[in-house]
Design a protein. Structure first.
Length: 303
């Protein structure tokens, strides 16, 4: 030990025997990365685990002072009683319709805008980009009352009902998701060489033809990832839906709150309903997993 310390002092370097080889450093880094990833995964999956496990518990098991990670007795009755107590199927159908149409409208409009920002130069482009980005920094609660008054005024002045309608919620959600989708798609379009669009124009395509026939197919992974994010934002939105969407268009995120009454909360049935609502989203993610994962990184590097 003394000789090793003396060697370090004399040479000013750590002895070769103390150094990690390149393979050793890679193995150490790999082990640390796996450990950190496991912790993050555990932290992310724990609420989902509790949701699923609580859906199989009775009310007494959920409300106990010492809740367990696994129910002592599995009760599947929650999955049958939740459909009888409230029209959950209607709520889920409303959410799927609103989120799906919002996604289609958002992608169509955002694709045109993102393509224009990516390919063309025009006066006020930089200021318009900052304005679009600035809309994402405004808390939703600040514009809740203005949007409510806007819906009421449209109905009074034009005669078109907006509150508690499908098209009202689709219009509302689209105004929030379009700026977000523009910024995501713009990055993906930037990775596609401009020469491809110019070649399509030479072959006789219009600007829209070059966009829909050349650019968008190449940007399919980015469009899939953006569509998934837009769908989730519209499906899980609660604030505006609680004020501007009810009655016949109540979305699932609002309808599930009916399990909480003035006298008690049906926790088991609420967790069962949440588990059922997660299945379509999980199915969509598994179905489009490859393009989504590819799209998350394809727009980060310019070619």
């Amino acid at each position: 030990m003394l000789s090793a310390l003396r060697t370090e002092d004399e040479g000013g370097r750590i002895p070769e025997s103390w150094r990690l080889t390149t393979d050793g450093r890679e193995l150490l880094f790999d082990a640390f990365a796996r450990f950190a990833l496991g912790l993050v995964l555990l932290f992310a999956l724990f609420p989902i685990w509790m949701m699923v496990m609580n859906s199989f518990k009775s009310r007494s098991q959920v409300m106990t002072k010492n809740p367990s990670l696994v129910p002592s007795e599995f009760h599947v009755s929650n999955y049958f009683e939740m459909w009888q107590r409230f029209p959950l199927f209607d709520y889920l159908f409303n959410s799927l319709v609103i989120a799906s149409v919002t996604t289609v409208v958002t992608i169509l409009i955002a694709s045109l805008a993102a393509y224009a920002f990516s390919r063309y130069e025009f006066p006020g482009k930089a200021k318009l980009e900052l304005s679009i980005l600035g809309t994402q920094m405004i808390p939703g609660v600040l514009i809740l009352l203005p949007m409510y008054l806007l819906f009421i005024n449209i109905q009074m002045q034009v005669g078109l009902p907006m509150k508690d309608t499908y098209h009202g919620l689709i219009f509302l959600y689209s105004t929030f998701t379009i700026p977000f989708a523009i910024w995501m798609l713009r990055g993906y379009f930037d990775t596609i060489p401009k020469a491809l669009g110019e070649a399509a124009r030479i072959d006789g395509c219009t600007r829209l033809g070059a966009l829909f026939r050349v650019v968008m197919p190449l940007a399919a992974p980015g469009i899939a990832a953006t569509s998934m994010f837009v769908f989730l934002l519209a499906f899980n939105e609660v604030l505006f839906a609680s004020v501007l969407g009810s009655d016949s268009v109540t979305p699932f995120a609002i309808g599930i709150q009916e399990f909480q009454t003035q006298t008690q909360t049906y926790w088991g049935q609420m967790m069962a309903a949440s588990t059922v609502a997660t299945i379509p989203l999980l199915f969509l993610f598994v179905l489009f997993q490859k393009p989504i994962v590819s799209g998350l990184t394809s727009g980060s590097v310019k070619h």
